[in-house]
Ligand binder design. Sequence first.
Ligand SMILES: [Mg+2]
Length: 226
Amino acid sequence: MPLAVNHCGNFVNLASVLNILLINEGQDPPAAPSPFARISRRVMTDVNNVLSLSAVRMKDPEWINPKIIAFDLDCTLWPFWVDTHVTPPFHKNADGTVLDARKRHVEFIPGVPDILKELHRRGIKLAAVSRTGEIAGAKSLLKLFDFEKYFSHIEIYPGCKVAHFSKIHRETNVAYEDMMFFDDEFRNIADIKKLGVFTIYCPDGIEAKVVDSSLIDFDKSRSKRS
Ligand SMILES: [Mg+2]
């Protein structure tokens, strides 16, 4: 199936793109939901029961958690590229909303605070791993969204993410096999998978049910139980 690239740089089905173009030749197409609206609806359905399946399985005394879970930022924790889709610097309004320099509302993917809070509560170290060149903007958003407190490692700089993971590995002495990584870009997943990290490709960003099932899959893959 031919592929095109969507707003976040991911490959999408070219047929759906062509369909929209063909509709445009005739009459007005129906309003397509924005990617952010789609993500909003999706996450609101599972955010009330954050990571519930793995919470039950964790009662097994032989359960194995990752020692570090790393998250990409752009299009994984928030639904945009910080260097192109929004305009730093960012600030927080009196009502608690975050705005960019053009006074546009900047939001994270719904459900992310609950996911980070629950993983942190379980004692798993969390890392933010981004290759954006907009380093100050990304760090500012981590602070303004109140995510910074959950991350023991924040590695944000351009280049292949092997460098980011090597630094975390050197500083923590945690084996790559004990790490988990979520990213919306397949090139990063491919690079980090080669290190032995348990990788999860999430082209539509993070969601609780995917984190939950990934924790269960990680335990199965690392467990010596038959
Ligand atoms: Mg990304």
